[in-house]
Write a protein of this length. Structure first.
Length: 533
């Protein structure tokens, strides 16, 4: 009798457990989607149950939920993480960052290329007060702190006191939740820093388990006329030296092989990858990120004006100095007229002459009746417009993309819709990679491409509860239609949101519903508070 009772009791427990599992109430259930969990493995068809901000169940679930998303025929993935972004978090008017939500991005890493706020605690407090569309992480920028500590863009080494000031700002940033240190060694004032300066600052970030993200010193041969030197390869080696000496994880930002000086510079991606993989074999944690386009974007001076001309904040004086004009013209012409040509440099934003937006240097030179070199100098003196530069090889883009340590990024920002002719990467990077390079060209598989945008950046950033679809993880989830997913933004019509992102969940809250952004500001600051080793 006792055995019968025990058997009956156990049976009731099993039945009760099944009953409870089938009737558990969820805040949201995503039903019957094709789930790519971020691991790079094959997809499965299942339901996802969300309670609060967490994924609590994956499997065959009941529809007992406040919100049910019917995802049959749709792909479900972790929300995309953009590791290289320039979103301005202090701009309250642009806090939704809708141009990234409509790409399926749920987390942005900002403060890149050396331009990141060091008062991270205060910045994040403001983000929490004002709200933000996606989650945000912040890097402290070397250019920013060098400018503050040294009082300008000086071509010299910092004094011991200035160096201590920079180290202190990195410490403040890291203790405020920064993800690491970024450099823009291509840009003044970072371009004037020696490798040893950067190593010392990276050591501070390393103590807090931060990363080192770098716009390397040269992405082609912009800085060198010496045939015995190679700007790109030397710059990659410098990044590796910094990572090794500081004992810090390295991310090479928007990796490329820039051919503005001519097609002879294309193909160097092979050598770059060999250098990176040797460093990995030697034990360095090194990654890279990439946007899926054959054009870059920056300001005109950065891509055409030698760094010695820009030193100490005296660029305009030197450009206007007749005693320097021949030397400057020769060096500018080497870039503008001696490589791919002035037609590849296109004005993207110019407040002084908005009717020139979308026109190339060649076009404007024709309008002015001047040489391309003279035109560049005139434009920089007029206000230094932003430009898009069509100087990358499709083969290099695809060769980088295939590597399992290359993450997807955009190098974009939160833009005012309709302003200027910006790079379409601001609106389309993540859908473009999936549409063009997975579904159409089949350069990557869907699991590989989703991993590059989710678990791979999460791994680099050491996020322990984002980047995968797993029980217990934060519910940052994108649901997209593989048949309609498209980056609509083009170079001639860049202000177009991507389509095909049917649903987007951030921290458990629905942000895009049936393809439409609902105005929800569900993002949060993600603080990397791992204190000194």
């Amino acid at each position: 009798m006792r055995k019968l009772f025990i058997f009956a009791f156990c049976a009731l427990c099993v039945i009760g457990s099944v009953f409870y599992g089938n009737t558990q109430r969820y805040d949201c259930v995503i039903k019957s989607g094709t789930i790519y969990d971020g691991s790079g493995g094959d997809p499965v068809t299942a339901d996802i149950g969300i309670v609060g901000d967490r994924i609590v169940a994956i499997g065959e679930l009941s529809s007992n939920a406040l919100k049910v998303i019917q995802a049959s025929g749709l792909y479900v993935a972790p929300g995309f993480i953009d590791v290289h972004n320039h979103a301005e978090l202090r701009n309250k008017k642009l806090r939704s960052i809708e141009n990234y939500l409509t790409q399926g991005v749920t987390t942005l890493v900002t403060g890149n290329c050396g331009y990141g706020e060091y008062k991270v605690a205060a910045l994040f407090s403001g983000v929490e007060e004002n709200g933000v569309g996606p989650n945000v992480m912040q890097l402290v920028g070397h250019n920013t702190i060098r400018q503050i500590a040294m009082g300008g863009s000086f071509d010299r080494a910092p004094s011991p006191e200035e160096m201590d000031h920079m180290k202190e700002m990195v410490r403040i940033a890291m203790e405020g939740g920064a993800a690491g240190l970024s450099t823009g060694l291509y840009y003044p004032p970072g371009s004037y820093a020696k490798t040893e300066e950067v190593i010392e600052l990276a050591k501070v970030a390393s103590k807090y388990n931060g990363i080192y993200s770098t716009h390397i010193r040269d992405e082609g041969d912009f800085l060198y006329e010496d045939p015995n030197k190679d700007g790109l390869l030397d710059a990659v080696k410098e990044a590796i030296t910094i990572g090794r000496e500081a004992e810090i994880t390295v991310d090479i930002s928007h990796i490329k092989a820039d051919g503005i000086l001519g097609e002879g510079h294309w193909g160097k991606s092979k050598e770059v990858l060999e250098i990176i993989e040797k460093a990995q074999a030697d034990g360095l944690r090194i990654y890279a990120d990439q946007y899926p386009y054959t054009a870059s974007s920056t300001d005109l001076a950065s891509v055409t004006i030698p760094r010695w001309v820009q030193a100490d904040g005296k660029m305009k004086e030197r450009l206007s100095d007749p005693t320097l004009s021949n030397r400057i013209a020769k060096e500018v012409a080497r870039i503008v007229e001696g490589g791919l040509g002035p037609h590849v440099i296109v004005i993207s934003r110019f407040q002084k002459k908005k009717d020139w937006e979308g026109k190339s240097i060649k076009d404007i030179a024709g309008i002015l009746g001047k040489s391309p070199t003279e035109t560049v100098v005139d434009l920089v003196l007029m206000g230094n417009p932003d430009v898009v530069v069509h100087s990358l090889s499709p083969d290099d883009v695809e060769r980088y993309m295939k590597k399992p340590y290359i993450m997807t990024s955009s190098d974009g920002a939160n833009l005012k819709f309709g302003m200027g002719m910006p790079h379409p990467r601001n609106y389309g990077s993540f859908p473009r990679k999936l549409r063009k390079y997975v579904l159409e060209k089949q350069i990557l598989t869907m699991p590989e491409a989703i991993r590059a945008a989710t678990s791979l950046p999460a791994e680099m950033l050491e996020l322990t509860d984002r980047g995968w679809i797993k029980e217990g993880f934060i519910a940052d989830i994108v649901v997209f239609n593989p048949k309609t997913l498209t980056d609509k933004a083009t170079f001639s019509q860049p202000h177009q949101y991507s389509v095909g992102i049917e649903y987007l969940v951030i921290n458990g809250k629905l942000v895009i519903d049936h393809g439409t952004y609902n105005g929800e500001l569900a993002g949060k600051p993600i603080r990397k508070n791992k204190f000194s080793k």
